[in-house]
Design a binder for this molecule. Structure first.
Ligand SMILES: NC(=O)c1ccc[n+]([C@@H]2O[C@H](COP(=O)([O-])OP(=O)(O)OC[C@H]3O[C@@H](n4cnc5c(N)ncnc54)[C@H](O)[C@@H]3O)[C@@H](O)[C@H]2O)c1
Length: 280
């Protein structure tokens, strides 16, 4: 399938572009940064906040995978994060609609729940989280990810032949990033509770995006994906009891299980995370 991957030079996007190419799709990567060394896909350097540039490159696509964004609200003025993410998402979704693409896959985030960048504490209503759990974005980044899902939803309402998947992900990790990002942070209980102790191996993310492009679907499916376990040594029940004691536990959180209900991703995409940090 002729597939656009935005953000294909970034941490997640390069894994997704590689996985789609490996699966036999014709991938055109669009990113403000040059293609990474050894990229197996075609690349165009582009500013996705410019609608003309975006339309010109998306127009022949059968599937559009939108990953490009500023992935956090820190380090830049929040207004820049919000405006960049919203403008890019609007342009890519609009170009997908106008070009007659059949599938949009959107890189959403667990941040739609409010974690980890909330200003006022957010408490889970119930666990494990599924797509019916209330959203509660507070910061500019989380808000942009949630409103991005709503842009995708509006596209589906406009074009009956178009279907979409929004993948809500926790912290993306690889064997190289994990020791740098997570190992020291694990010592800070309050910080890692904000992270929901959750991660997703970039290779498992890549496979989820391939399924989200390929699976026959109708409508717009929003779902959480994550590693099967948490990134912690402590068992999940004990973590939850200490950080979020009021959360209703609707399904057992055995051993080191993730706080995300993966059954929706399993049912819709056949998603089975294979990688765990203990093998890194
Ligand atoms: N990293 C995570 O832990 C995480 C977790 C959940 C969701 N996500 C989402 O996944 C996506 C990718 O995150 P990442 O960690 O790979 O980020 P990243 O910063 O490594 O990659 C993002 C890419 O988007 C590109 N980009 C940004 N603005 C652009 C623009 N205006 N025009 C063209 N390209 C632009 C950047 O150049 C970069 O290569 C984001 O949408 C993010 O919200 C990330």
């Amino acid at each position: 399938m002729r597939t656009i991957v935005t953000g294909s030079s970034g941490l997640l996007g390069r894994h997704v572009a590689a996985a789609l190419t490996e699966a036999g799709h014709t991938v055109l990567g669009l990113d403000a940064a040059p293609a990474p060394a050894g990229a197996s896909w075609q690349h165009v350097t582009i500013d996705l906040t410019d609608f003309g540039q975006t339309m010109q490159l998306v127009r022949d696509a059968e599937a559009v995978v939108h990953i490009a964004a500023i992935p956090r609200p820190t380090g830049l003025p929040p207004v820049q994060v919000f405006q960049t993410n919203m403008a890019a998402c609007y342009n890519v979704v609009e170009a997908a609609v106008l070009s007659g693409a059949k599938r949009i896959v959107y890189a959403s985030s667990m941040s739609v729940l409010g974690y980890p960048f909330f200003e006022q504490p957010v408490v889970p209503t119930y666990l494990p989280f599924d797509s019916r759990h209330p959203v509660a974005p507070q910061d500019a980044y989380a808000l942009s990810k949630w409103l991005g899902e709503e842009l995708v939803q509006s596209a589906i309402l406009r074009r009956p032949g178009l279907s979409a998947v929004s993948l809500r992900m926790p912290w993306i990790q690889t064997p190289e990033t994990f020791p740098r990002d997570v190992v020291e942070r694990r010592r800070h209980a309050e910080l890692v509770a904000r992270d929901l102790w959750a991660y997703l191996d970039a290779r498992d993310a890549g496979q989820a995006f391939v399924s989200a492009v390929e699976r026959p679907l109708q409508g717009h499916h929003r779902m959480f994906i994550s590693a099967a376990d948490t990134f912690m040594e402590t068992e999940t029940q004990a973590l939850v009891a200490a950080a979020y004691p009021s959360a209703e536990i609707r399904k057992p959180l055995a051993d080191h299980a993730t706080v995300f209900d993966l059954s929706e991703a399993r049912d819709v995409l056949g998603f089975e995370p294979r990688h765990v940090w203990r093998d890194y």
